[in-house]
Write a protein that binds this ligand. Structure first.
Ligand SMILES: Nc1ncnc2c1ncn2[C@@H]1O[C@H](COP(=O)(O)OP(=O)(O)O)[C@@H](O)[C@H]1O
Ligand SMILES: [Mg+2]
Length: 397
């Protein structure tokens, strides 16, 4: 049996969401097919192996009604990872006693959202170790995590995105400093005055977001120009790059899952719709009241469903994703304008999440979906010759 290492937690603002996703993965992974280890990543990026009895306990605990409350704790033994390049496995050793191997991993599953887990960082670490892992590689993960890079990639492929302006902290500081040395005004509010001509290319209201955000953290809808500087400052507290974009009128939020494996075939789920109150799908709406908000399949005209599915595949390809992704849309129904808002290379994985529910509605229950993802990770065409050899040997045996 293959040994799977579930990586979860991490330093990002979506730490808790990852812990909830991991609990769901742990609960739904087939024990007939895999030996499962849970490796928590602390907020300070240390690896901790959850003891097997804690894994079993967490697996069998009944799920509470609020998904985000259903979190896999991080704890147990502090560990380090040591690659075995000959067979592509990873030794999990005691941090204080590296001769003591506490687990072995054939395939990693980074069930992590946001910085470190979904942006190419852990993917790069696993690539360097020569270990198979579930999901997108370094470049696609990085593109999916950076809303500016993502929009550029989509636009270059003719995928409709909302008009936007990217702002960089250093650039804003340079404008501000120039103002100070001019003996004119100071501070960010004046920076925004300087930016007004640039931002005037956008129709109000606007959305201000940290470029590498997630779970709506730091996202603000701005209707009043007097609030713009505050929103930019708020977003800059979370990232050095901020994106200001045009709001889609009365946006309906549609999501579509994509699966793509080693056979090169891309499959889309039925589109799901998530109902939004107050113009912004905030953290609370996403994770506390998701059941009543989610419609699967989305009630859409046939041609819109078709376009959602086609654009999902185009977005997946444009980002260069692998394994899985969820593509999120904003649809202005009155104008019948459909925009790709973002691609998530590691969507939320709780049983109530739109990704799991959309596949389930299409006849793929979560345990089957997870087995498929892990198998595709093992089959993934390798970039490193040593791994390629292993795969050839594996397929010959
Ligand atoms: N251009 C937009 N027009 C309308 N609503 C938007 C727009 N951008 C974001 N939103 C709202 O804000 C939410 C969070 O923004 P999003 O870009 O998805 O960030 P995150 O990566 O944090 O999920 C969206 O789900 C949607 O409700
Ligand atoms: Mg979103």
């Amino acid at each position: 049996m293959f040994q799977v290492g579930i990586f979860y937690g991490g330093p990002s603002s979506e730490h808790d969401v990852s812990c909830a996703s991991a609990k769901s993965v742990l609960r739904n992974l087939s024990r007939d097919r895999y030996i499962v280890h849970a490796i928590g990543v602390t907020r300070s990026r240390r690896f901790m192996l959850l003891p097997p009895e804690a894994v079993e306990y967490a697996r069998n605990e009944p799920a509470p009604s609020v998904p985000i409350a259903d979190r896999l704790p991080i704890g147990g033994i502090p560990v380090e990872l040591i690659p075995h390049r000959a067979d592509g496995s990873l030794s999990v050793v005691h941090a204080q006693d590296p001769a003591h191997q506490v687990a072995r991993i054939d395939v990693a599953f980074p069930v992590m959202h946001g910085a470190f887990g979904e942006d190419g960082v852990i993917q790069g670490l696993l690539e360097a170790y020569g270990v198979c892992y579930v999901g997108s590689g370094v470049a696609a993960s990085a593109v999916g995590m950076d809303k500016v890079a993502m929009k550029r990639v989509f636009a270059a492929e003719g995928i409709p995105v909302t008009p936007y302006v990217a702002l960089h902290a250093e650039r804003l500081a340079a404008i501000r400093d120039a103002k100070i040395s001019d003996n004119s005004n100071t501070g960010i509010s004046n920076t925004s005055t300087t930016l007004i001509p640039l931002l005037n290319t956008l129709r109000w209201p606007l959305f201000v977001k940290p470029a590498a955000g997630g779970s709506s953290i730091g996202v603000v809808r701005v209707t009043d120009p007097a609030e713009l500087a505050g929103a930019i400052t708020h977003a800059l507290a979370r990232d050095t790059t901020v994106i200001v974009e045009q709001a889609v009128n009365n946006a309906r939020e549609i999501r579509c899952g994509v699966l793509a494996g080693a056979d090169g075939v891309l499959r889309t789920s039925m589109p799901a719709e998530i109902k939004v109150d107050g113009g912004v799908l905030d953290y609370r709406q996403k994770y506390e009241a998701v059941d009543s908000r989610l419609s699967v399949p989305a009630d859409l005209p046939g041609p819109v469903t078709q376009r959602v599915r086609e654009l999902s595949i185009q977005a997946f390809d444009a980002a260069g994703a692998y394994g899985l992704a969820r593509v999120d849309f904003l649809w202005d129904q009155a104008a019948d304008e459909l925009f790709v808002n973002e691609i998530n290379t590691m969507p939320g994985f709780t049983a109530r999440s739109s990704f799991a529910r959309a596949w389930e509605a299409g006849g793929v229950p979560l345990p089957q979906l997870l087995s498929w993802l892990i198998d595709q990770a093992l089959l993934r065409p390798a970039r490193h010759p040593d791994i390629a050899t292993r795969h050839l040997e594996g397929s010959a045996s």
